[in-house]
Design a protein around this ligand. Structure first.
Ligand code: ADP
Ligand code: MG
Length: 683
């Protein structure tokens, strides 16, 4: 019988009914599914370690000649032990123990050389291996695939079955990707990929195969999501005409960076289009997202349409309002601030003006705008620091006034935003360069023995006319002090009385009234406060370019991305800035986090490290519902490939929107399969 993709695996040579049963437990019933069962890792036997150098306690591949075997020793019922002696090229003796492995041991021949792969034990002169995998020299010339298994199956059995299936099927594997895309993105042929994901001769071949297969998964997903999106076919609530922003851009106190201009271009192109924009603006802390948002607001205003800008905290809302007023005011754009602490009468007046179209831009916190605010002509909703909001909130907002254009701004590169990109189906603009002249923040980790020296360093900068932050962990006044922490209020008082008696010390924490917070921030911004002692209320978005030092107390209590956000409050001008992480913690995790912070200032690197330290399970676990299980792709690490796949998908859909061309038939089938997997189908 000719073997095809649909052939039941029990008809493959060497797989009987019984073994087929085991494969079914892995979700494999057909030959096609079998070859899509990819190894989870590979053992590299191409560079064996000399026994003398094999590190005790680690896995190693050792090449050695068998010199003798002891007979089977029955320890108890169901447990037999076999001892095998071997010696390597340098004459180092190897003692190998096998358990219940009569078949393997019987096959070993004295005088023959093999590769043994397993956990190394013993001493320098006599090494031990316990229950290693055994390979002939012939086998050892390739990488050995290690498959996900179920009890009763060994990796070797799976490999054998896959080899059978591949022998019959490989020639029948057809290439779904258009060759132009393969050439442009350097992707190998699918046949090569399928063969080399299982049996690569070298690591390099496996990586090529992997890259190709991951691309295909992400490409198909993107095509499927576009299919869903295009069926929605929504019109923007307010149609905007192209507008010239050059006068506004010329009025800014600095030239926009290339990356900012590119983002503005992408956004305005969306705004002038018929469909509502749904775009994520991503840029590291301090990269200058606010001014890009301002451009979008000007675009709306030039169309006599309204915009709303949402911030996660009142402090940030107030700051944004101030910035927008300064930048947009000269262009006759009317702005208002609407937060939880806006007085009732004022609130009513602003709402009336919004409904009458007498305000062009309202800046506020989230809660407020979702509660009964009417707009005359709302065209654009911008959400800052999106990672702070839930997806539900964003959807609720998107429903305001029909379908406004939405722009989401975030400093978090992965993984949350990536999830959103897929959930929320966002387009992406990236600000990937910092404004000219920025110096990376120098970061140091110290312990409390050096606190006074750090204070001296801060004083020196205050004397030079700069400002500083001291950040304390979450203890607010009146809160229980459980870990020897001191509240920000007490700490500020102490500092004002002692080390910083010659300076103006300010205090900012979450329990203060909004008006008080705003006033303190304003005074800090205006240089009336030298040293601001704060809790993490300043974590997000606060922009005071004159502040050049941040000292973080009990730095071990903060997560990596939080530390990165905090540090982002300094280094916002062209002066060398510093971040001092104070901690007496000896914990390994804490040390790893602080070291990461000292090593890198890139938000991307910090996020990757965060992911590594916390493990991927924390990020893309089961919460990722709605998305299919990927065989190979990992949305948190394959970011670059996802981007290429998205670009390729967009280009392809422009050329052939319905994938109707005959050469796209295979691809269309894959997309349909993906649509079934994500539980949606185009209507
Ligand atoms: P974030 O992306 O973190 O929101 P901001 O928009 O607050 O960053 O910008 C950080 C600082 O950089 C602000 O003080 C802003 O005025 C300044 N800035 C923004 N763009 C530029 C630029 N092109 N050149 C110089 N400074 C800029
Ligand atoms: Mg910001």
């Amino acid at each position: 019988m000719a073997v095809g993709f649909e052939t039941d695996i029990q008809y493959l040579k060497g797989i009987g009914e019984k073994r087929a049963q085991l494969f079914r437990k892995l979700g494999i019933t057909t030959a096609g599914e079998l070859i899509a069962h990819y190894p989870r890792e590979y053992i590299d036997l191409t560079q064996p370690t000399p026994a003398a150098a094999a590190p005790v306690g680690q896995q190693a591949a050792i090449r050695a000649t068998v010199t003798g075997k002891s007979g089977e020793q029955r320890i108890r019922k169901g447990l037999s032990v076999f001892k095998v002696q071997a010696v390597d090229e340098e004459g180092i003796r190897l003692s190998i123990t096998f358990f219940n492995a009569k078949f393997t041991v019987d096959k070993l021949q004295a005088g023959q050389e093999y590769l043994f792969y397993g956990q190394v034990g013993g001493t320098l002169l006599k090494k031990e291996l316990s229950a290693p995998l055994v390979f002939t020299l012939q086998e050892a010339q390739e990488l050995i695939p290690v498959y996900p298994l179920t009890a009763g199956l060994t990796s070797r059995m799976v490999a054998g079955a896959v080899r059978q299936a591949l022998g019959a099927l490989l020639e029948q594997v057809q290439e779904p990707l258009p060759s132009a895309i393969r050439v442009q993105h350097n992707l190998c042929h699918l046949q090569y990929a399928v063969e080399n994901i299982h049996f690569p001769a070298q690591r390099q071949n496996m990586l090529l195969a992997r890259r190709r297969l991951i691309f295909q998964e992400l490409f198909t997903l993107t095509l499927a999501l576009s299919a869903v999106r295009s069926t929605k076919g929504m019109e923007a609530a307010v149609r905007l005409a192209p507008a010239d922003l050059s006068d506004f851009i010329a009025s800014l106190p600095f030239p926009l960076t290339g990356a900012q201009l590119r983002a503005v271009g992408e956004i305005t192109a969306d705004l002038a289009g018929p469909a509502p924009m749904n775009r994520l603006l991503q840029g590291d802390v301090g990269s200058g997202k606010t001014v890009v948002a301002a451009c979008a607001c000007v675009f709306a205003a030039k169309n006599a349409a309204q915009a709303a800008l949402m911030a996660p905290t009142e402090i940030l809302a107030a700051q944004h309002h101030q910035t927008m007023q300064k930048l947009l005011g000269p262009f006759g754009i009317r702005t208002a601030l609407l937060t939880g602490s806006t007085k009732a009468a004022e609130k009513r007046r602003i709402k009336e003006q919004l409904a009458a179209g007498e305000i062009d831009l309202v800046v506020g916190t989230h809660a407020l705008l979702s509660s009964g605010t009417e707009f005359a002509r709302l065209a654009l909703v911008i959400t800052d620091e999106q990672h702070r909001f839930g997806v539900g909130q964003r959807i609720a907002l998107g429903q305001k006034g029909g379908a406004p254009h939405t722009l989401v701004m975030s400093a978090t590169p992965i993984p949350r935003t990536l999830a959103l990109m897929i959930y929320g189906d966002l387009d992406l603009s990236v600000i990937d360069t910092m404004p000219v002249g920025r110096l990376p923040v120098k970061t140091y980790a110290i312990d409390s023995a050096k606190r006074q020296r750090a204070f001296g360093f801060i004083q020196k900068h205050l004397d030079a006319g700069y400002q500083a932050y001291i950040v304390c962990p979450l203890v607010e006044p009146g809160e229980q002090d459980t870990a020897g922490l001191i509240s920000a209020a007490d700490y500020a008082r102490q500092l004002q009385e002692k080390e910083f008696s010659a300076y103006r010390v300010g205090l900012l924490h979450g329990r203060m009234k909004a008006a008080e917070k705003e006033e303190t921030m304003l005074r800090f911004k205006n240089g009336e406060i030298d040293l601001l002692v704060a809790t993490t209320v300043i974590e997000v978005g606060v922009d005071v370019p004159g502040a050049v030092i941040m000292l973080i107390e009990n730095a071990e209590r903060f997560g990596l991305s939080q530390l990165h956000q905090l540090r982002g409050r300094v280094g916002r001008g062209n002066v060398q800035s510093y971040c001092i992480l104070l901690s007496d913690s000896k914990g390994l995790d804490a040390r790893a986090r602080l070291n990461t912070m000292c090593r890198t200032t890139s938000g991307f690197a910090v996020a990757e490290e965060d992911l590594r330290l916390r493990g991927p399970g924390d990020f893309f676990g089961q919460r990722q519902h709605g998305l299919p299980q990927f065989a190979l792709a990992d949305l948190s690490t394959d970011v670059a490939l996802l981007e290429s796949a998205r670009t390729a998908a967009e280009e392809l859909l422009t050329a052939d929107p319905g994938l109707a061309l005959p050469e796209h038939r295979l691809l269309r089938e894959q997309v349909e399969q993906m649509l079934r997997a994500i539980g949606s189908r185009p209507n």
